[in-house]
Ligand binder design. Structure first.
Ligand code: ADQ
Length: 569
C-alpha cells in the first residue's frame, strides 16, 4: 500500500509498515527479565489449584449460567449463551471442579436438575456442578432487566443511554442478591469456601456473604467498566452497591483505569484508602482492588498436544430448525461468496447491544464505499449480532434502528452489489464462529465502551494462518493489551473508514507481523493466567500474607519484555 500521510495522521501511524503503533499508550508493568515465559493452560491451572487449594471448595456465582437446556428440533438440547462472562469462566470452572450457581433461565432447565436443583456439567466439560436458582417473572424483570441491565449497565458504559433507576427494581435487586447469597451458603461445604462473585448483577452478594460466611475468601469480578465517580453518582443506591462490593477480599476489574475510578469513588464516599497496593478499609474489613484483564482459552496447540476449549466435547445445539438453518446457510454463503468472487470480507461479531457501536461501524463502512468506489461490489461487511435482552425496550429499538441502517446502505449501493452488508441476528456455535473468524480479511470491533471485548481475542486466537487485521476500538479494555491492532475511535467515522481501508490493503508481510505479535500476547495473557493470577492473590489473602498480593510472580498478565516473536511461533 502506498503510504498516505493523511491516513497516517488519522491513524497516528508511522511510515515503516511493520512499525504501526496505536494511540493507546497505557504501558503495562512487565515481568522481571529473568522470569521464564509460562503459557498457562487448563492443565496447569488444574495442577496449580490441586497443589495450592486442594482442600478449598471453589464456588462461582453469576446471574448468567454456562449452559441452558432448550427445546430444539423436537428434543431438549444444550445451548451455550453468547456471553463474554461464560466464554471466560467456563474453562476455569472446568479446571477447578467447583460449583457454579446461576439463574436457570432456559425453558427446559427445570427438567434437567435433581432435587437440589443441581445438574452435572456436560460430558467432557470436567466434573463441575451447576446449581440453578429460579427467579419468577417479577424478579427477572426488576433484578435483571431493571436495576442491572437498565440501570447499572448504561451507568457504567458511557454511551449516552440514560440509566433508569426505579425503587421497585432496586428492591428486587436486593431480594435476588440475597437469594444468590443464600444459595452460596447452602452450597458451601464448610465455613471458608473460595467464592468468585461475578459481575454487576450481584454487587451486593460479597457483603451479604461476609456476614454469613466470615471466613470465606471472597473475590468479586466486575466484567464491565467502572465509570468515573461523577458519572456513577447518578445511581441513587451507589453507597449500597459500593458497600456490597467492599465485602470482597479482592475486588477485580478489567483495567487499571477501572480500579482508579473505583478507588476514587470509595475515597469520595469516605472510605479509608491506603497502601501501595490499592486497599480499602470498611467496617474493619480490608478489600484489595486490582486489575485482572480477562481473556480466552488459547485453542489447541497442535505441536504440544495441549488440550483446550476447541477440544471440548460439550455437545451443543446444532441449527436444524428452519430459521437457524437459514442463518447458518447464509453465513456459509457469505464465506463462500468471498472464495467465489475473490472479494474481501470485513466481519463483526457481537451481542446485539447498543454499547457495541453497530450503527457507528455501519456508517464507517458506508463511508469506505463512498470514498473508495472501486471497493463497491468487492468488499462485503458481514455482521453477526446475537439476540440479547430482547425484553428491554432500548434493545428492541436499537435492533430496529440497526436493521433500518443496513437496509438504507444496501439500497444506496444496490447498483454495484446485491447486499454489501449482511446482518445475521442469530446465535452460532463455536465451530461456526471460528470458521467465520478465519474467513475474514478484517475483524471490526467498534465498541463505544467495553470492559474487555473477547471477540477481538477470539479473532486473534482463530488466526493460526497469521493473517487478517484487527480494527479495535480504543474504548475496549482489550485496546490496553492488543497494541498491534489498528486502534480507532469508533465515533470518528472517517478514521474507522480509513482503518478499514488500511486493513484491506495491508501487505501480507505486515499482517503477519502484527498478527504474530497479537497472538503471542493473547496466548500468553490467556484466561488461565487470569484465573491463576486472581486465585493466587486470593490464596495470599487467605494465608494472611498480604505482601504477596499484586506481585506479578509468574502470573502477571503482561508479556515479559524478553519474549521474542520467534518464541511464540
Ligand atoms: P460481552 O458484552 O458479552 O461480555 P464480549 O467480551 O465481546 O462481550 O463477549 C461476547 C461473547 O459472546 C464472545 O465469546 C463471542 O464469541 C460470543 N458471541 C457473540 N456473538 C455470538 C453469536 N452470534 N453466537 C454465539 N456466540 C456469540 C462482557 C463484557 C465484556 C467482557 C466480557 C468478559 O461486556 O466487556 O469482555 O463480559 O469479561
Amino acid at each position: 500500500m502506498k503510504f498516505d500521510p493523511h491516513l497516517a495522521a488519522l491513524l497516528r501511524i508511522k511510515e515503516s509498515p511493520v512499525r504501526l503503533v496505536s494511540q493507546r499508550t497505557t504501558s503495562p508493568p512487565t515481568l522481571p527479565h529473568q522470569t521464564p515465559p509460562v503459557f498457562w493452560t487448563e492443565e496447569l491451572l488444574g495442577k496449580f489449584m490441586a497443589t495450592t487449594m486442594a482442600e478449598d471448595q471453589v464456588i462461582i456465582v453469576s446471574n448468567r449460567q454456562p449452559f441452558t437446556h432448550e427445546f430444539v428440533d423436537k428434543q431438549i438440547k444444550l445451548l451455550q449463551p453468547a456471553s463474554g462472562l461464560v466464554t471466560a469462566l467456563e474453562p476455569v470452572v472446568r479446571a477447578c471442579d467447583g460449583v457454579w450457581i446461576a439463574h436457570g433461565n432456559g425453558l427446559y432447565d427445570r427438567d434437567l436438575v435433581d432435587s437440589f436443583d443441581r445438574c452435572p456439567a456436560p460430558v467432557g466439560a470436567g466434573s463441575y456442578q451447576l446449581r440453578r436458582l429460579w427467579l419468577n417473572a417479577l424478579e427477572q424483570q426488576g433484578h435483571c432487566d431493571g436495576f442491572a441491565n437498565s440501570g447499572l449497565w448504561p451507568l457504567c458504559h458511557s454511551v449516552h443511554v440514560k440509566p433508569v433507576f426505579k425503587q421497585a427494581d432496586w428492591d428486587c435487586y436486593r431480594t435476588v442478591n440475597t437469594r444468590f447469597a443464600d444459595a452460596v451458603v447452602q452450597e458451601a461445604r464448610g465455613s471458608s469456601p473460595v467464592v468468585l462473585v461475578q459481575d454487576y448483577h450481584l454487587a451486593l452478594v460479597p457483603q451479604l456473604l461476609r456476614t454469613r460466611l466470615p471466613n470465606a475468601t471472597i473475590v468479586s469480578f466486575w466484567h464491565i467498566p467502572w465509570g468515573r465517580p461523577e458519572e456513577m453518582a447518578a445511581c441513587p443506591w451507589l453507597p449500597e452497591v459500593l458497600a456490597g462490593l467492599l465485602g470482597s477480599d479482592i475486588a477485580g476489574f478489567q483495567t487499571r483505569q477501572d480500579v482508579q475510578n473505583f478507588m476514587e469513588l470509595a475515597r469520595r464516599q469516605g472510605k479509608h484508602v491506603s497502601g501501595e497496593l490499592p486497599a480499602l478499609a470498611s467496617s474493619g474489613h480490608t478489600t484489595q482492588a486490582r486489575a485482572y484483564p480477562i481473556s480466552i482459552a488459547w485453542p489447541v496447540n497442535k505441536e504440544s498436544g495441549i488440550k483446550t476449549k476447541t477440544k471440548t466435547k460439550i455437545k451443543t445445539e446444532t441449527p436444524t430448525d428452519n430459521s437457524r438453518a437459514d442463518q447458518h446457510a447464509q453465513l456459509l454463503a457469505c464465506t463462500q461468496w468471498k472464495l467465489v468472487s475473490r472479494g474481501k470480507l470485513i466481519i463483526g461479531v457481537d451481542r446485539f447491544d447498543y454499547t457495541k457501536g453497530l450503527i457507528e461501524r455501519l456508517k464507517a463502512f458506508e463511508r469506505l464505499l463512498l470514498i473508495h468506489p472501486h471497493l463497491q461490489g468487492v468488499v462485503r461487511f458481514v455482521q453477526i449480532a446475537a439476540p440479547t435482552r430482547t425484553s428491554v425496550k432500548e434493545y428492541r429499538d436499537y435492533r430496529s434502528q440497526v436493521f433500518r441502517e443496513v437496509e438504507r446502505i444496501n439500497c444506496k449501493f444496490r447498483a454495484a452489489s446485491d447486499a454489501p452488508v449482511v446482518l445475521l441476528d442469530s446465535h452460532y456455535d463455536r465451530v461456526s464462529l471460528d470458521a467465520f473468524y478465519r474467513s475474514a480479511d478484517v475483524c471490526l470491533v467498534c465498541s463505544l465502551h467495553d470492559g474487555m471485548n473477547l471477540v477481538s481475542k477470539e479473532f486473534v486466537a482463530a488466526r493460526d494462518d497469521e493473517m487478517g487485521v484487527l480494527v479495535l476500538s480504543q474504548f475496549a479494555g482489550a485496546a490496553h493489551e492488543l497494541h498491534r491492532a489498528l486502534i480507532v475511535n469508533p465515533h470518528q467515522t472517517v478514521q474507522v473508514a480509513a482503518a478499514m481501508f488500511a486493513a484491506l490493503t495491508m501487505s501480507a508481510e505486515e499482517q503477519s507481523a502484527r498478527m504474530r505479535a497479537l497472538r503471542l500476547q493473547v496466548r500468553y495473557a490467556n484466561v488461565y493466567r487470569w484465573a491463576a493470577s486472581m486465585l493466587s492473590d486470593a490464596m495470599a489473602v487467605r494465608a494472611g500474607s498480604k505482601q504477596l498480593i499484586g506481585k506479578p510472580v509468574t502470573t502477571s498478565q503482561n508479556l515479559p519484555a524478553h519474549i521474542s516473536l520467534q518464541a511464540a511461533a
